[in-house]
Design a protein around this ligand. Structure first.
Ligand code: GLC
Length: 560
C-alpha cells in the first residue's frame, strides 16, 4: 500500500475550498435523467469524421449497443443484487456476499454516497490508507453500481473528484499541473461540528511522492461509462466535466522534447505504485491514455475550447496506435527478428530503430513465447525493451481497440497457451515473470513488499478478472473468462476477498494482502454480471476506428 499514511493529518487549507465548492451540491440532488431520446453518439464516431463546423454530436446516431438503464429503466434499491435477479432467481451465494461487502465499503459525504473505501479489513492492524477512496479502485465498484441500475453514486464520485482536481497541488515548493487528479481521497467527519470535509492525496503523501497518471484517465473512462450506461449526457456536457477533461488533456498532450507519441512516466505512477522498473513508457499507462483520449474525443463539445483538443486528440491517437502496434508488439516471429537484430544502425534505413541489443533478451522469454499468440511488451525506449507481460495494459489495449483485431485475438491465444503462468490457480498475474535476486535489488531498490511472485512483482490480483472478462467477451472468447471465474469462485470468498495472491501459481494469500479488498469484490461482481449480460461490456469497450490504419502485418502470430 503505497500512498501510505493516514490522511487524518491532511492539510487544512484545501478543506475550506471544498466546503465552498459544496455549494454545487444541489446538482447532485438533481433527479437522474434518463433521456433515451437524447443519447449522444458517444464512441463509435470515427476520428476521421472530425467536423470543425459546429457540434458533430449526433443525438440520433447513438450506437445501438445496449445501454442497460436506457432500455430497462433505472433499477433502484440498495440491497438487492438486482443484476442477478432477472435470470437467476437464486443468486450465487458469493454474489450475495459480494454485494453485502461492497455496500459496507460505501463512503458518504454529507449524506450522499461518493465512493467506496479500498479495503474494509477490520482485522488488519495497519489501516494505512486503505480507508480512503482510490480513484482507480473505485472503477469496478462504479461499474457494478451502473450495471445494477444505481448510477447516482457514480455521478457523485465524478463530481467530487473533478472538484478535487481544482485544488492547488504542491509537493514541497513545487506546484503540480492543474489537471492532476488525486490518487485517493478521504472523508473526514467532525462529530462535534457535525461537518464533513475532504482530504486528498495527489502523490504528495504517496510512497515515492509520485503523482498517479492513471487517475485522470480512469476519471474520463468512467465518465464515458456513466454516460453510456445511463444515456444521460448532461453530466459529460456540464462545464465542470468539460473543463475537467480539458485539464487532464492539456497535461498529457503538451509538447515537449518527446520523439515518441507515448507518454513518459515515472516509476510508480499507476496501479503499480512503487518502484518496479516501469518508468519510461509503460504499456499500462499507454493503453489507458489511448482509451481516455478516445473517450474524451466522444464527449468533448465542439465549442471553441473543445475543438482545439479534439484536433490534438486526433493527431495523437493516430501516432500512438501506430507506435504501439508496431514497436510494442511481440510474437514468435517478431522475437526472431529482434534476436537477429543488427545494432549500431544509423539513419532512416535502420531496422533496429531503438538500437536494442539482442543480448538483452532475457532467457525466460525463449521458453515463454508460444508459437501461437503474442502481446504488447511492458515498455520500449532507447536500447531497452521490457519484455515482461502486464495484464492491465494488454486488456485495455483490447478494450480500447489499440490492438488490431488480429493482435487482440493473439493476446487471447497467449493467455490460453500460457494459462498456468498467467492464470495459474488464481486469476490473474499483474505482471510476468517476477524479477529476482540481483535484478530485484537493482530494479525495486530491494523492496521487501515486492519480492519475487508477490504483490506487484508477479503477484496475482483478483481485480484483474473483470478486465480479462471484458476482453474475452469483446474478442468472442467468453469461455476463457468462465474458466477464470470458476477458479476465483473456488477460493475468493473463502479466503476473505484478498487484495492479491502470492506464488508462481498464485496459490497463497498475499503476504501483506488486505482482506475484504473492495476492488477484488467489485471486480468479481462485474465479471459475473458481464458474463450474464455481455452487452454490459459496451460501457468499457470501444470499437476499432476504421480510419486508424493497422500497422503493416509483420507476422501471423499463430504460427511458428
Ligand atoms: C495499493 C495498490 C494500488 C491500489 C491501492 C489501494 O497501493 O498498489 O494499485 O490502488 O493499494 O487499493
Amino acid at each position: 500500500m503505497d500512498a501510505v499514511r493516514d490522511s487524518g493529518n491532511a492539510k487544512a487549507e484545501p478543506h475550506s475550498s471544498v466546503e465552498a465548492d459544496e455549494l454545487n451540491l444541489p446538482r447532485l440532488h438533481e433527479k437522474r435523467r434518463l433521456n433515451i431520446d437524447r443519447k449522444s453518439s458517444l464512441d463509435e464516431r470515427s476520428l476521421s469524421e472530425l467536423s470543425l463546423g459546429g457540434n458533430v454530436r449526433n443525438v440520433e446516431s447513438y450506437d445501438s449497443m445496449y445501454s442497460p438503464m436506457a432500455t430497462t429503466g433505472a433499477r433502484s434499491g440498495w440491497d438487492t443484487p438486482a443484476s442477478t435477479t432477472p435470470r437467476a432467481s437464486d443468486p450465487h451465494p458469493m454474489v450475495v456476499d459480494a454485494w453485502d461487502s461492497l455496500r459496507r465499503s460505501l463512503v458518504f459525504f454529507r449524506g450522499l454516497p461518493v465512493g467506496t473505501i479500498a479495503a474494509a479489513d477490520h482485522q488488519s492492524e495497519q489501516v494505512l490508507n486503505y480507508d480512503q477512496v482510490f480513484v482507480r479502485d473505485f472503477v469496478p465498484s462504479a461499474l457494478a453500481f451502473l450495471m445494477n441500475g444505481e448510477p447516482d453514486i457514480v455521478k457523485n464520485f465524478l463530481l467530487k473528484t473533478v472538484q478535487l482536481q481544482s485544488w492547488e497541488k504542491r509537493i514541497d515548493r513545487f506546484k503540480l499541473g492543474e489537471g492532476a487528479m488525486p490518487a485517493s481521497f478521504k472523508v473526514l467527519h467532525d462529530p462535534i461540528r457535525k461537518t464533513d470535509s475532504l482530504a486528498a492525496d495527489f502523490g504528495e503523501s504517496a510512497i515515492g511522492r509520485v503523482a498517479p497518471i492513471d487517475s485522470g484517465f480512469w476519471w474520463i473512462i468512467l465518465l464515458r461509462a456513466y454516460t453510456k450506461s445511463t444515456g444521460d449526457i448532461s453530466l459529460a456536457e456540464s462545464s465542470e466535466c468539460q473543463k475537467g477533461m480539458r485539464l487532464v488533456l492539456s497535461l498529457c498532450l503538451s509538447e515537449g522534447f518527446d520523439t515518441f507519441p507515448t507518454l513518459l512516466c515515472a516509476d510508480g505512477c499507476s496501479m503499480i505504485d512503487r518502484r518496479m522498473g516501469i518508468y519510461g513508457y509503460p504499456i499500462e499507462i499507454q493503453a489507458l491514455f489511448f482509451m481516455a483520449l478516445r473517450c474524451a474525443f466522444s464527449m468533448l463539445k465542439h465549442d471553441a475550447e473543445g475543438k482545439e483538443f479534439i484536433e490534438r486528440i486526433v493527431k495523437r491517437v493516430h501516432a500512438l496506435s501506430y507506435h504501439i502496434r508496431t514497436y510494442f508488439w511481440l510474437d514468435f516471429q517478431q522475437l526472431n527478428v529482434i534476436y537477429r537484430y543488427k545494432t549500431e544502425e544509423y539513419s532512416h534505413t535502420a531496422v533496429n530503430k531503438f538500437n536494442v541489443i539482442p543480448d538483452s533478451i532475457p532467457d525466460w522469454l525463449f521458453d515463454f513465447m508460444p508459437c501461437r499468440g503474442g502481446y504488447f511488451i511492458g515498455n520500449v525506449s532507447p536500447a531497452r525493451m521490457d519484455f515482461r507481460w502486464f495484464s492491465l495494459g494488454n486488456f485495455f489495449a483490447i478494450l480500447s481497440s489499440l490492438s488490431t483485431p488480429d493482435q487482440s485475438a493473439a493476446i487471447m491465444d497467449l493467455i490460453e497457451e500460457r494459462w498456468e503462468e498467467l492464470v495459474g490457480d488464481m486469476p490473474l498475474k499483474i505482471s510476468y515473470p517476477a524479477i529476482e535476486s540481483y535484478e530485484w535489488r537493482v530494479v525495486t531498490g530491494c523492496d521487501p513488499k515486492n519480492t519475487r511472485w508477490s504483490y506487484h512483482n508477479g503477484g496475482s490480483w483478483p481485480v484483474l478478472l473483470w478486465m480479462l472478462t471484458a476482453a474475452c467477451i469483446k474478442t468472442g472468447r467468453p469461455q476463457i473468462a468462465r474458466r477464470a471465474l470458476d477458479l476465483a469462485e473456488s477460493r475468493l470468498m473463502k479466503d476473505g476477498w484478498p487484495e492479491y495472491y502470492d506464488g508462481k501459481l498464485g496459490r497463497f494469500v498475499g503476504k501483506q494482502a488486505r482482506k475484504f479488498q473492495t476492488w477484488s469484490i467489485a471486480g468479481y461482481l462485474v465479471a459475473k454480471m458481464m458474463l450474464e449480460d455481455p452487452t454490459h461490456v459496451g460501457m468499457v469497450s470501444l470499437e476499432e476506428d476504421k480510419a486508424m490504419k493497422p500497422a503493416p502485418k509483420r507476422s501471423a502470430s499463430w504460427s511458428c
